[in-house]
Every structure is written in structure tokens, then in C-alpha cells.
Design a protein around this ligand. Structure first.
Ligand code: ASP
Length: 336
């Protein structure tokens, strides 16, 4: 029988209504009691790590999660992490980079309704997460939610209310749960990190000084100009369309030049959920590249932000930051 560790971190799945609104409460045994069919599926151990709404999850929590997973995987066959949905995709991205050459499944799940709510999606999601964690053909970090198995670096929360909270962007889901069974769409479903022969290691240094800026028409260049004084060590701009930034009125180009001159990498991604950025198509993108920005390509904002924090934990050299960023570690770049 497989041995799976359940790590609880909070989120709606663990929340109960209180005066101040839905609040996470101690969850491990309570969650398992509500899904009795898990008995007999695998041997389950519980570690209650945090009890947080995921809006309060910080990079330091990702490090603690990664350390717990790393230690546990010498003993367990797989991990299920219950987590709030709001920042689950960021946690999945951070874990994907910190846990290198994962040979076993690490599954994040949660729910849109609390576990004790009459129509909760939590019971099904928890059961599906355990089914997936027991599947020895899967290795890597995944989000299992509303029957989909989504690569941890391609999951994006696209609905704040629907049971289908996450979509897999830039890559088809790895598989789904159908009639209580895991059905994988790829064969074998092994991410690049596993096919490489590297040993499973933990690289859990993160530097959170990444600044994410979403553009809107009229945005003040002063915002970008103040970032060095706020301690930004890398900047990710969610630009328009294929990666355009304003270069006429309220031009951001001088601020981009200034950041580049200060050795602060500037990466440009898109606000569009699909298609990625390609700054070579329009003049507005080409001018930004001439000013010193680089195109992030086809990667979700969540994966790009967490990858940058992970890279900054290793180096401050802008050339190295760029070269590590553009290396594909776990299939995080979409194949367009
Ligand atoms: N606010 C909750 C959280 O992210 C939402 C959820 O879990 O669905 O912790």
C-alpha cells in the first residue's frame, strides 16, 4: 500500500465560518474523516504545517513547504498539500523550482467551498488528489482540481467562484480523474526534470525582491523609476498584447533603460492569458528590447515570478539571471 503524507496549510478547504468571515482551522484529521473512502486507498500520515488563508502565504512559507516535502519524500511515495486556491499557483511554481528532479508526485489541492459546506467540492478534490498522489507514473508538482491534473507551472486561477477554478495555460492538462481513476493524457507523463538522471535535491533559497507591474494606459513612468529605491532586484512587466509598452506619451523606455543600467533585469510578459509574449512583432516591443528589456516568452506570470525569486536566491548577476530564466527546468515554457 502506498504511503502518502497530507500536508495542510489552510485555505477554504480547511475554513469554517466565523464572525470575521471564513477562517482556516486545524484541518488534518477533520478533512480525512470527511472522506472515509480514503481509508483503504493508501496509508495516510498528516502534517499540519500552517493554518492560513493563502493570501497570507509568503515566500518563507514556500521554503518551509519545500523543506517538509523534501524530508518526507525519503519515506513517503507521494505528497498531498491542501492549500488555499488564491495563491496556490504561485506555491506550485515555487515548489516546482525548489524541488529539483522530483521523482514522485507532489499534489496541491483545495476547494472553492469549505469542506463542511453541503455542496462542497472539497471532498472530491481531496479524494482526486490522493488518487493522483498514488499514481507512480506521475512525478513533479501538480494541481489537482475539479477533476483536472494540471502541471504546477501552467496552472492559473481563472475563476474566483466556479468549481473549475484553475485552467492549464500553455499546455494541455496532464490528465484527469474519470470514474474514480487517474487517466493520463501523456504517456509516459514524466516531466523533463525526471527524465534527466539528476538526483532529487532541494534548492530552497528565495529572494522575494521581484517586482511585478501590470500596465494600464496612463501608467506613470515614475512608478517604474522608483523601483530601485524600493529594493527591486528584478522586474517583471505584464505588458500589452505580445509585449508592447508605451514609448510616446508617458514613455516607460527611459525607466527601462535606467533599470538595465543599474543591472536590474527587466522581463516582459503579457496580460493575455493565452499565446505568450513575442516582442519582435511590433515596434513598441522592439523599442522596449532596445531599451534593455527581455521578452519572457510563453510562461505564466505565476511561474515567472516564482522562478525569478528562486533565481535571485542564487545569483545577482544579470547575465546569469537571464540565462537561468530562459532555461526550461520542468516544462514551464509553453511550446507555442
Ligand atoms: N481565500 C481562500 C484562500 O486562498 C480561497 C480558497 O482557498 O479557495 O485561502
Amino acid at each position: 500500500m502506498k504511503k502518502i503524507l497530507l500536508i495542510t496549510t489552510g485555505g477554504t478547504i480547511a475554513s469554517v465560518p466565523e464572525n470575521g468571515g471564513l477562517t482556516p482551522k486545524s484541518a488534518g484529521a477533520r478533512l480525512l474523516d470527511l472522506v472515509p473512502e480514503l481509508n483503504g486507498l493508501c496509508e495516510i500520515h498528516v502534517k499540519e504545517l500552517f493554518c492560513l488563508d493563502s493570501s497570507n502565504i509568503q515566500p518563507e512559507h514556500w521554503i518551509t513547504m519545500a523543506e517538509s516535502v523534501f524530508r518526507a519524500l525519503s519515506v513517503f511515495d507521494g505528497i498531498v498539500i491542501t492549500h488555499g486556491t488564491d495563491t496556490m499557483a504561485y506555491s506550485a511554481g515555487a515548489l516546482s523550482f525548489m524541488l529539483q528532479n522530483l521523482k514522485k508526485p507532489v499534489i496541491l489541492t483545495g476547494s472553492q467551498l469549505p469542506m463542511e459546506a453541503p455542496d462542497t467540492d472539497g471532498k472530491r478534490n481531496l479524494r482526486d488528489a490522493f488518487l493522483t498522489a498514488c499514481n507512480s507514473r506521475l512525478a513533479g508538482v501538480y494541481i489537482v482540481f475539479d477533476r483536472l491534473i494540471i502541471h504546477g507551472c501552467h496552472a492559473v486561477k481563472t475563476s474566483s467562484r466556479d468549481f473549475r477554478a484553475f485552467e492549464s495555460l500553455g499546455r494541455a492538462p496532464e490528465g484527469r480523474i474519470r470514474d474514480g481513476r487517474v487517466v493520463l493524457d501523456r504517456s509516459p507523463a514524466v516531466p523533463p526534470a525526471v527524465s534527466s538522471a539528476g538526483a532529487f535535491t532541494l534548492n530552497a533559497c528565495l529572494d522575494p525582491n521581484v517586482f511585478l507591474l501590470k500596465l494600464c494606459p496612463g501608467i506613470s513612468p515614475a512608478l517604474l523609476e522608483t523601483l530601485p529605491s524600493l529594493g527591486a532586484k528584478a522586474v517583471l512587466i505584464e505588458a500589452f498584447g505580445l509585449g508592447g509598452i508605451p514609448g510616446l506619451d508617458r514613455s516607460l523606455l527611459p525607466a527601462v533603460r535606467n533599470l538595465a543600467a543599474r543591472n536590474i533585469p527587466v522581463l516582459i510578459t503579457t496580460q493575455c492569458l493565452k499565446g505568450g509574449a513575442d516582442m519582435s512583432v511590433y515596434e513598441v516591443g522592439i523599442r522596449a528590447m532596445e531599451a534593455g528589456a527581455r521578452c519572457a516568452g510563453s510562461i505564466t506570470t505565476e511561474a515567472a515570478v516564482t522562478k525569478l525569486m528562486w533565481i535571485l536566491g542564487q545569483t545577482g548577476d544579470p547575465d546569469k539571471i537571464y540565462s537561468i530564466f530562459f532555461r526550461d527546468f520542468v516544462g514551464e515554457f509553453a511550446k507555442i
